[in-house]
Design a protein around this ligand. Structure first.
Ligand SMILES: [Zn+2]
Length: 387
């Protein structure tokens, strides 16, 4: 009895010792601070007794300027307290890759560069090349330039002078350019996340953070991949019209909830938040494209009217640009991605993955291009009417 009693006491003491040791341990799990502002990231790290250090700035068109792009150690790693977490901060949009325009006519070169949002400065010099030919360019082809930055073109001009003269940049030749910032959210991601999140700020009602989406009835392709393909084509179209674009994701292997996606658009102060999805129905006969907007009530009262205008224009353009049936627009209540948005927002359901004909169209590159172009035309028209 007595020996057993002593053993039990020792056992309890050992157990207590273990618990106390665990409680005193300075090991902490590194939180995920990617996509937070630097101040928010520092606060989140300080709460776990971790230190923050900015190690670099990166051009990134997915993450707003001043927000965290990368962190090291990664989220979830167990480290000692006081560990320094080094952060790479976004320096803003990476803009565009400068194309080669050497050998082209200056007018053609200028319009090509302007269409990418780049300014042009022309320096004339005598040359044996035909007058008006671009002889050299700076920065060179392949360089990454931020929107609005300038490309110097040295152009052959048989003027009898060797002195380079700067001439004013010709105005963009096309009237289809418009200013504005659009955030594109390619719906879903490779793996859904069923953790709950509030459907709106302060709400006790929750929904899963993000689903993986539908599967094509014929193509068997996953919706998240198609959504990204259409979104990237939409980005190219908008950038060619001078619109600045930020993407919620450019990879399928991400974990970003619907509320986080909306808050990304809020932080970017987007003129329009465009969510790209494909539809699904129990009835494989249902087909067509439709666009949703948030209701005039609750969280989205302030953004409903502008969102409805955007939805109406985009739906009309997208339906007529594609071979998809026009199902019109509709209000959608209780969408987490709408309720958290403070900027005008639309969700384009580009067609039905459950319908064989729509599924083929949605997964054909040329048809994706037509859909993206139509959505882009609608977005440009909306920006022109509201800015
Ligand atoms: Zn979807």
């Amino acid at each position: 009895m007595r020996r057993a009693h002593v053993a039990a006491v020792i056992g309890v003491l050992l157990l207590l010792g273990t618990v106390v040791a665990a409680g005193c341990s300075s090991s902490v799990e590194v939180p995920n601070v990617r996509r937070l502002s630097l101040a928010e990231a520092k606060r989140a790290l300080a709460e776990r007794n971790l230190k923050a250090e900015v190690s670099s700035e990166l051009l990134d068109d997915q993450v707003p300027k001043g927000y965290v792009v990368e962190q090291k150690p990664a989220a979830g790693e167990i480290v000692d307290g006081d560990t320094v977490v080094s952060l790479a901060i976004s320096a803003g949009s990476s803009g565009v890759t400068v194309p080669s325009v050497v050998g082209k006519d200056v007018e053609q070169a200028t319009s090509e560069l302007n269409s990418l949002g780049l300014q042009v400065r022309v320096l004339k010099t005598t040359s044996s090349e035909p007058s008006g030919t671009v002889i050299s360019q700076s920065p060179g082809a392949g360089a990454t330039a931020t929107p609005d930055s300038k490309v110097d073109l040295t152009v052959a001009a048989n003027l009898g002078t060797t002195e380079p003269t700067a001439t004013p940049t010709p105005a963009p030749s096309t009237s289809s350019l418009v200013s504005g910032l659009v955030v594109i959210d390619p719906g879903h991601q490779a793996r859904g996340n069923n953790e709950p999140e509030p459907i709106g700020p302060g709400s006790s009602e929750t929904k899963p953070k993000v689903a993986s989406g539908a599967t094509g009835v014929v193509t068997r392709r996953p919706e998240y991949a198609t959504n990204l393909e259409i979104s990237l084509k939409l980005r190219s179209y908008l950038q060619s019209r001078n619109v600045k674009v930020m993407m919620v994701r450019t990879s399928n292997d991400v974990n970003i909830s619907n509320s986080e996606r909306a808050q990304f658009a809020n932080r970017a102060h987007a003129d329009l938040f465009v969510r790209i999805h494909c539809d699904s129905s129990e009835n494989s006969g249902v087909n067509g494209i439709r666009t949703f907007y948030p209701p005039n009530g609750g969280w989205t009262t302030a953004i409903s009217a502008k969102s409805e205008l955007a939805a109406t224009i985009v739906q009309q353009r997208a339906a007529s640009s594609s071979h998809l049936k026009n199902l019109g627009t509709n209000v959608h209540t209780n969408q987490t991605g709408f309720n958290w948005s403070k900027v005008p927002v639309i969700l384009v359901e580009c067609g039905f993955f459950s319908n064989p004909s729509d599924d083929r169209l949605l997964n054909s590159p040329s048809s994706q291009q037509a859909i993206a172009k139509g959505i882009g035309q609608g977005v440009v028209e909306y920006l022109r009417r509201t800015k």
